[in-house]
Design a protein around this ligand. Structure first.
Ligand code: UDP
Length: 161
């Protein structure tokens, strides 16, 4: 199979997925990464990271007028997070389904939040809510050179390439 056939098509997109400090502290990193791997999405970036206050505020800038904003920022900087970029067709919406509803009590069993969390303020994981926000967040959390340009060799077994 020629390498050009392995290139993800134009329908592909990227999502910024982050395991929040509670997910790291509770030892859920492997389980969460595994769910995206098993689905078939491609991991393009991955790092353990201690979030500075200003980055947490910028990431959630759309929510800065909300009453829970100070607690949210405090939560995000409270310990290391795992920053990831996942790529594939429809990855943004699909990741939101894998993650589940913001309030974990409303999240379906089988989703990450449905399986592992109880309250919104400790809901274990973040996923971009649109492709445009995905790109905005990837640019915020990753520097040039931190992402890896590669395609899984199994891609033709996951996508109809
Ligand atoms: N959040 C919270 N209380 C709320 C709503 C949201 O603590 O009443 C937190 C929660 O951790 C959530 C994050 O703020 O994941 C961002 O909120 P958003 O509405 O964007 O939810 P998400 O896209 O993460 O599901």
């Amino acid at each position: 199979i020629s390498s050009s056939r392995l290139t993800v098509n134009a329908a592909s997109e990227r999502s910024y997925i982050m395991i929040k400090p509670d997910g790291v502290q509770r030892g859920l990193v492997g389980d969460i990464i595994s769910r995206f791997e098993r689905k078939g999405f491609a991991l393009k970036g991955l790092k353990l990271f201690q979030t500075p206050q200003d980055l947490a505020e910028e990431h959630y800038s759309e929510l800065k007028e909300r009453p829970f904003f100070p607690a949210l920022v405090k939560y995000i900087v409270s310990g290391p997070v795992v920053c990831m970029v996942w790529e594939g067709p429809g990855v943004v919406a699909s990741a939101r389904k894998l993650i589940g509803a913001t309030n974990p009590l409303n999240a379906e069993p089988g989703t990450i939040r449905g399986d592992f969390a109880i309250v919104s303020g400790r809901n274990v994981v973040h996923g971009s809510d649109s492709p445009a926000n995905g790109e905005r967040e990837i640019a915020l959390w990753f520097k040039e050179g931190e992402l890896v340009d590669w395609e899984p060799t199994v891609l033709p077994w996951v996508l109809e390439l």
